[in-house]
Design a protein around this ligand. Structure first.
Ligand code: DGY
Length: 322
């Protein structure tokens, strides 16, 4: 029997590419440039599986023509770049890669929290620019992290891993908002307490960290009203998805001093980052590095291999989302 034809839309760590090549008739995107809508449409008519990732855009339009594809094995846990309803309508299964990027994404959120509170990016720029004139008691004074309150929006795997770091690593008080009720004993394992509304979390917290999915349900969850509802002098951390934050409202809140600073790993129109954000010293900007470790990116690739292997063997893929 001929092997399923698979398209991988971006380059992957070599071990994961090798595992794919062993099992499938694979086409790798050697140029590593994201496909456009026409190329995706063409790919849907030619491949049994397409393995996209967060840098790909798969709106309803790409599913419009003849479709040979039976499964989208997404490389990544978030899948708001895929029109799931359109995929379902064409009978295409969709899988993701939960679990393996939890710790590394929580680590990046911690890195951003520390960097923005202690002015790490600003300090590094000063040293590199040769502008540091030496230690003095009033130089680059930041905000103490230990003992402060952190508010987490979205208490899934990554939210919990971040809570654990904040509470047990930095002695922080942790409160969170989550759509569904989390058992108190379970929350306590992470040193965290659930509050009833986003607003209550905003009012209580010195740092707000977003860990909810992107997409329509959470689009602009952080808007002008919610920035105004944050504690004066508080900070925002976003390692979730860019569309969870109204970027224009964030810029205004930073400009007006409504919030003290922000640590961002994700943006509304990646890889575009607004010039006004780049010009602000009280903002730490990373290029979507949440899962970017050798161990995690390889594990993500292996999860996709497991998902599509199961699918073509006639078994239920372990991480099916549609
Ligand atoms: C994900 O998995 O959704 C990440 O954002 C990509 O690393």
């Amino acid at each position: 029997m001929s092997r399923p034809r698979i398209l991988v839309t971006r380059r992957w760590p070599s071990a994961a590419e090798a595992a794919l090549a062993e099992r499938f008739d694979v086409t790798f995107n050697q140029a590593d440039i994201p496909l456009n809508t026409d190329q995706f449409r063409q790919a849907f008519s030619e491949y049994d599986a397409i393995l996209p990732t967060v840098s790909d855009k798969l709106p309803a339009a790409v599913f419009a023509g003849d479709v040979r594809t039976k499964i989208l094995g997404n490389f990544g846990v978030g899948y708001n770049h895929i029109d799931i309803a359109a995929a379902k309508a064409k009978g295409i299964a969709v899988t993701n890669t939960p679990g393996v990027l939890t710790d590394c994404t929580a680590d990046i959120a911690m890195l951003l929290l520390l960097a923005v509170a202690r002015r790490g990016g600003e300090g590094e720029r000063q040293v590199r620019a040769g502008a540091w004139s030496g230690w003095c008691p009033t130089h680059m004074i930041g905000t103490k992290v230990t003992g402060k309150t952190v508010g987490i929006i979205g208490f899934g795997r990554i939210g919990k891993a971040f809570a654990r770091r904040c509470h047990f690593g930095f002695g922080m008080d942790v409160v969170f908002y989550n759509r569904s009720k989390v058992d108190e004993a379970e929350a306590a394992r992470y040193g965290a307490r659930q509050l009833a509304t986003v607003e209550e979390v905003l009012a209580a917290s010195d740092f707000i960290s977003l860990h909810c999915p992107g997409g329509a349900e959470n689009r602009h969850l952080m808007n002008a009203e919610r920035f105004a509802a944050m504690k004066p002098g508080a900070f925002l951390i976003n390692t979730a998805r860019g569309d969870v934050v109204d970027e224009a409202a964030l810029i205004s809140a930073l400009d007006s001093g409504t919030i003290r600073g922000a640590g961002l790993d994700v943006y509304e129109a990646e890889p575009q980052v607004p010039e006004r954000l780049k010009a602000m010293e009280n903002v730490v900007l990373l290029p979507h590095l949440g899962s970017a470790t050798e161990e995690t990116r390889t594990a993500m690739g292996m999860k996709v291999v497991d998902n599509i292997t199961a699918f073509f063997d006639g078994r239920e893929p372990p991480d099916r989302v549609a």
